[in-house]
Write a protein that binds this ligand. Structure first.
Ligand code: GLC
Ligand code: CA
Length: 586
């Protein structure tokens, strides 16, 4: 197994250049401004930045409508500024991932302009057309309630074109070899400029078959392998982090049975069930989601998140579960979006209650995968529901209590800075929080530091330990002869739980001592080997199993496969061969 796959234990932080820091005072964040905030990010302890789209764009979908893949939107700076930025990040040991939005272009992209103008242009085939209105034109919208159809008539082309998203985002014909070659060229371009990989937008749609006669789109998974091969040939440590909100039984298609497709995927399944667990103090569906998404090649990794730049999509929950989450976190219509989600930021959803925020973040940092933080959540920023759709949770970063939160010297920032009320920049900002040891910002910095010292979470194999109390989640990770154990109480009331660590054979003795990594209350098992602890409302515990000499016990390779079952723990795949669990065993 390769030891140093950086993404297995990274701390990702996502941000939009346009709302992070404006250096030249025009009201729009820029690369120069972002560069000056790199020391802040370095201090926070993050190890990689995911930049939302910053390429040339009419900005009708926050940059997810690209009009030139090879340039920086002049609002944000120049290509030169971009390279200065990636260099400055690298100097601080911070990697940069960028969004790769190639399911569709903007309708103002020169390719689309050519395509609609001239039926003989080579670009015509780069998009998806139909002479007649396709029968399924009013189905499959990604933004129901806002988006009316998936096919629109183009006067100039005198034909219908396909758009999975908004009508100004015509889909690229991604099955076309020339389009595929162009995608690789785009990847190669940015790799050359210093990025460590891509967050690939809308992956299930990129690989789906498209066309007026396609009733049930089929995924062409091997495209994913092609992207990966190209990347790894050009730059060995570059990765793809796929946005694919899919059901667990297709996860392995995305990762590839041999770990030969996507390096990372966002875990939407766990995300939605985590919010249900937080809303209902019931961890059972979350445990199911954790188990369902467990199978993955040893080299692959989940990207975990709480909130991102989109709505909190609850589409995978049952109707009953969804209603419970709505009632708890987004009861008003204006808080909901696209009939399936909540558009608020995390802090207002949790009533700005730091105990609950810490609980949510502690989970983000200890569930299996690599955490992805959203800018502003580290200080508990709020939302502005007067802004349309997802923009409510995309307001500028609040740096200080200076005018406009210190984001810009302009009086007219691109999106308004949140001002007044409990989440206004006057109270919620990085400068004030830096001065308070117990602030969300300083808590986040400390928890990131601790997360880096428990690589077991990123690398190890997990077991959910039964407690008989659905409000409490106890998980153990095993990696290289070491174990960590986490306890989370989702309830608003204190709980008492009893459990045993569950190590057997030579290791059973270690399970008698749990050393608390964050506070002084350690736990010793009783005579029967059980731990009994009282955990306060929304409480969390991070324990090392067996004492702090654990580093001396760490082995250079993972424990050998279990002699009888041929399995390691309860099933993380070995490498090689990295088959999906439960299937082949050597
Ligand atoms: C992805 C992005 C979203 C965007 C859409 C279209 O879902 O996360 O923000 O609107 O793709 O590109
Ligand atoms: Ca600017």
């Amino acid at each position: 197994m390769i030891n140093d796959l950086w993404y297995k234990n990274a701390i990702l932080y996502c941000l939009s250049v346009g709302t992070y820091m404006d250096a030249n005072g025009d009201g729009i964040g820029d690369f120069t401004g972002l560069m000056r905030r790199l020391d802040y990010l370095h201090g926070l302890g993050i190890t990689a930045i995911w930049l939302m789209p910053f390429q040339v764009s009419p900005q009708r979908d926050d940059g997810y409508d690209v009009a030139d893949y090879y340039g920086v939107d002049p609002r944000y700076g120049t290509l030169g500024d971009f390279v200065e930025f990636t260099h400055a990040a690298e100097q601080r040991g911070i990697r940069v991932l960028i969004d790769l939005v190639i399911n569709h272009t903007s309708n103002e992209h020169p390719w689309f302009k050519e395509a609609r103008k001239d039926p003989h242009s080579k670009y015509r085939d780069w998009y998806v057309w139909s002479k007649k209105k396709p029968a399924n034109a009013n189905t499959g919208m990604v933004f129901p309630g806002v988006q009316k159809s998936t096919w629109s008539y183009d006067e100039e082309a005198k034909a219908w074109y396909f758009h999975r998203f908004y009508e100004f985002q015509p889909d690229l014909n991604t099955s076309h070899p020339e389009v595929q070659a162009e995608i690789l060229k785009i990847m190669g371009f940015w790799i050359q400029l210093g990025v460590s990989g891509f967050r690939m937008d809308a992956v299930p749609f990129i690989i789906a078959t498209k066309g007026p006669d396609v009733r049930k789109p089929e995924e062409q998974y091997d495209m994913l392998r092609m992207f990966r091969e190209f990347l790894q040939w050009r730059q060995g440590d570059a990765i793809v982090l796929a946005e694919a909100n899919v059901l667990p039984d297709t996860d392995m298609e995305y990762f590839g049975d041999d770990g030969d497709r996507m390096h990372m995927m966002f875990n939407f399944q766990v995300n939605q069930h985590l919010f249900y667990a937080l809303a209902a103090a019931d961890t059972r569906p979350l445990v199911k989601a954790l188990k369902a998404t467990k199978p993955r090649p040893a080299t692959a990794q989940w990207g975990l998140f709480l909130r991102n730049h989109d709505e909190l999509d609850l589409g995978r929950l049952t109707e009953e579960e969804r209603q419970i989450v709505f009632a708890a976190f987004g009861p008003k219509k204006e808080m909901q979006l696209y009939d399936r989600g909540i558009r608020r930021r995390l802090a207002p959803m949790l009533d700005g209650d730091q105990r609950r925020l810490e609980l949510a973040y502690s989970l983000l940092f200890t569930l299996p995968g690599t955490p992805v933080i959203r800018y502003g959540d580290e200080i508990g920023m709020g939302d502005d529901l007067s802004l349309p759709e997802r923009n409510c949770a995309r307001t500028p970063m609040q740096w200080s209590n200076e005018p406009q939160g210190g984001f810009t010297k302009s009086e007219k920032p691109r999106l308004p800075v949140i001002s007044g009320g409990p989440y206004g920049y006057e109270h919620i900002n990085a400068a004030i929080q830096r001065r308070h040891p117990e602030s969300m910002l300083n808590w986040t910095e400390r928890i990131i530091r601790m997360r880096k010292e428990v690589p077991e979470v990123g690398w190890g194999d997990f077991t959910v330990i039964p407690t008989r109390d659905p409000a409490v989640l106890v998980m153990r990770y095993d990696w290289r002869n070491n174990w960590v154990l986490f306890v989370h109480n989702f309830d608003a009331k204190p709980r008492e739980v009893t459990f045993s660590v569950g190590l057997d054979g030579d290791n059973a003795g270690y399970g008698k001592l749990l050393v608390n990594l964050l506070a002084e209350d350690h736990s010793r098992a009783d005579g029967s080997g059980k731990h009994r602890l009282v955990i306060e409302a929304y409480g969390y515990r991070w324990y090392r199993v067996g004492g702090l000499d654990y580093l001396l016990r760490r082995t250079e390779v993972d424990a050998p496969l279990h002699a009888k079952t041929g399995r390691r723990g309860d099933g993380m795949a070995a490498f090689p061969p990295a088959r999906s669990q439960g299937k082949m065993r050597p």
